[in-house]
Design a protein around this ligand. Structure first.
Ligand code: 4NP
Length: 166
């Protein structure tokens, strides 16, 4: 993934199914990084395997598209051991998934783990709620929180680079 070291930074977003929140986060972060000229590899994964190989939920695709971000080409995958070494930072969308990551992390993992919303002033410790069993308003709320998170995150990476700790 480092392609001969072009990327210092490599960021992974993790939710439960990798079909709703983390695909929207991956798309939003990629767009925000591009706008800011931040060179960063980005991917997403789920802690669960239920939806492996599937495209994002149609409601997530529609919500991202309404905000100018295309995520239909993504395919769900489950977090794997190598992710804890390949990525410099892994951001969970909620606390349950952060705990799932901590439980799976090898002892010598190099990736830093944190909640996405820790990047946002005043929202430390907050979760992006799971919209899967909800409606359009829940997907809108999730994307709004994700957008706040990724905008703050990109600004922090521009300032602190690979040493960012949240
Ligand atoms: P995500 O949403 O974690 O944001 O992708 C979910 C997707 C699927 C399930 C739960 C949450 N599920 O239980 O299948």
């Amino acid at each position: 993934m480092h392609g001969g070291g072009q990327h210092d930074l490599a960021v992974l977003f993790v939710c439960l199914g990798n079909i709703c929140r983390s695909p929207m986060a991956e798309g939003a972060f990629r767009a925000a990084a591009l706008r800011s000229g931040l060179d960063c590899a980005v991917d997403s994964a789920g802690t669960a395997a239920y939806h492996v190989g599937q495209p994002p939920d149609p409601r997530a695709i529609a919500m991202a598209r309404a905000h100018g971000v295309e995520i239909a080409g993504q395919r769900a995958r489950q977090i794997e051991r190598s992710d804890f070494y390949r990525f410099t930072h892994i951001f969970a969308l909620d606390r349950a998934n952060l705990e799932g990551l901590r439980a799976r992390a090898p002892r010598d993992a190099s990736a830093r783990l944190a909640l996405l919303l820790n990047a946002v002033e005043g929202r430390r410790g907050e979760a992006v709620a799971d919209p899967y069993h909800g409606d359009e308003a829940d997907f809108r709320a999730a994307l709004q929180a994700i957008n706040e998170g990724v905008e703050a995150l990109v600004a922090r990476f521009v300032k602190d680079g690979v040493s960012l700790t949240l």
